[in-house]
Ligand binder design. Structure first.
Ligand code: RIB
Ligand code: CA
Length: 312
């Protein structure tokens, strides 16, 4: 029985690879794709989702654009990481289909309403759309099985010393989501910084004989550029968003801990921080399963194995 999911994303190189991974597997049933502003402006992230699905031959999947800015903050984007288009690097086709006439929140609500079974939401960008959905459709909370999100960190941030990008962009939305009571799996930097793809892994991917794998190799070539900065002390590039899909496919690759996670929405230095109570120092009940450990080789092998499914 495949797991029904909705991907809410801000493609973005790692979002794109997460989508490619999800759509290669029969264990997952991608019901809809929604986009938000984050890595790039909302028009570009929407266009990028349409381009990726066009490349995959999946114009059957409904795609809708969502919030054009965070709930309360001004939008920040990440062109240094993802380039002017948001998917710089490979040649991607122009979309052959239009986005839905619905917005992301309406499409998620329609999909949840129509589904007999509850659906897993997989947000890999700022949580603006998810927060708007939960606020506008409280009666649909019971149709959300869990939220498997990329965001946050128990340790240091990657956009400020205290905050990870997705949460920093819209801390108010994250606060709504983490207080919703819906089961959350948090793929934060603690695990995604272990999910580094190395040069030799990229060459393994480039050797896979299909055009999708070639595109992923070229996405990774570009994604590596930003992460080769010695300040990160990385050997490779951290594949953040694909960790959400890898968790759904092979949770045994990960070590987890149920923790209370609070979102700092103010704070001169700490806005957007996910405060993770690892040692139960507060009286607050855990509201998230936080991923901490990863079998990196198993993660890379899963990506390589999945990309081979695109061999004709
Ligand atoms: O901090 C990493 C996250 O921010 C990833 O989701 C990346 O795509 C960007 O959105
Ligand atoms: Ca993302």
């Amino acid at each position: 029985m495949s797991i029904p999911i909705i991907c809410d994303c801000d493609p973005g190189h790692d979002d794109a690879i997460a989508l490619i991974l999800a759509l290669s597997r029969k264990e997952l049933d991608v019901k809809a794709v929604t986009t938000c502003a984050g890595n790039q402006t909302p028009d570009k992230t929407l266009n990028n989702a349409l381009r990726i699905l066009t490349m995959l031959g999946r114009s059957d999947i409904e795609v809708a654009g969502g919030a054009t800015k965070p709930l309360a903050c001004d939008l920040i984007i990440a062109p240094d990481v993802h380039g002017e288009s948001g998917l710089d690097g490979p040649e991607l086709p122009s979309p052959i289909f239009q986005a839905s006439k619905l917005n992301a929140i309406e499409l998620m609500a329609k999909t949840l309403q129509a589904s007999e079974e509850s659906i897993t939401l997989v947000p890999t960008g700022p949580l603006t759309n998810i927060a708007l959905l939960l606020s506008a459709y409280p009666h649909l909370h019971k149709k959300v099985k869990q939220i498997v999100l990329m965001g946050g960190a128990a340790g240091v941030g990657n956009w400020t010393p205290a905050a990870e990008f997705n949460i920093f962009v819209d801390p108010d939305a994250a606060n709504i989501v983490f207080k919703s009571g819906i089961p959350i799996v948090m793929c934060g930097l603690d695990v995604t910084h272990q999910a580094q793809i190395m040069d030799e892994d990229i060459e393994r991917i480039r050797a896979i004989p299909n055009p999708i794998a070639q595109c992923v190799a070229e996405l990774l070539d570009f994604f590596m550029i930003y992460h080769r900065d010695p300040k990160w002390k990385f050997e490779g590039a951290p594949l953040h968003d694909p960790c959400t899909i890898a968790w759904l496919l092979k949770p045994e690759l990960f070590e987890t801990q149920d923790c209370f996670v609070g979102i700092e929405t103010k704070g001169e230095y700490t806005q957007g921080m996910t405060v993770v109570d690892r040692y139960s120092l507060t009286d607050k009940q855990p509201n998230a399963k936080v991923l901490f450990g990863l079998n990196r080789q198993g993660f890379v092998d899963l990506i390589v194995e999945s990309l081979m499914f695109y061999n004709k």
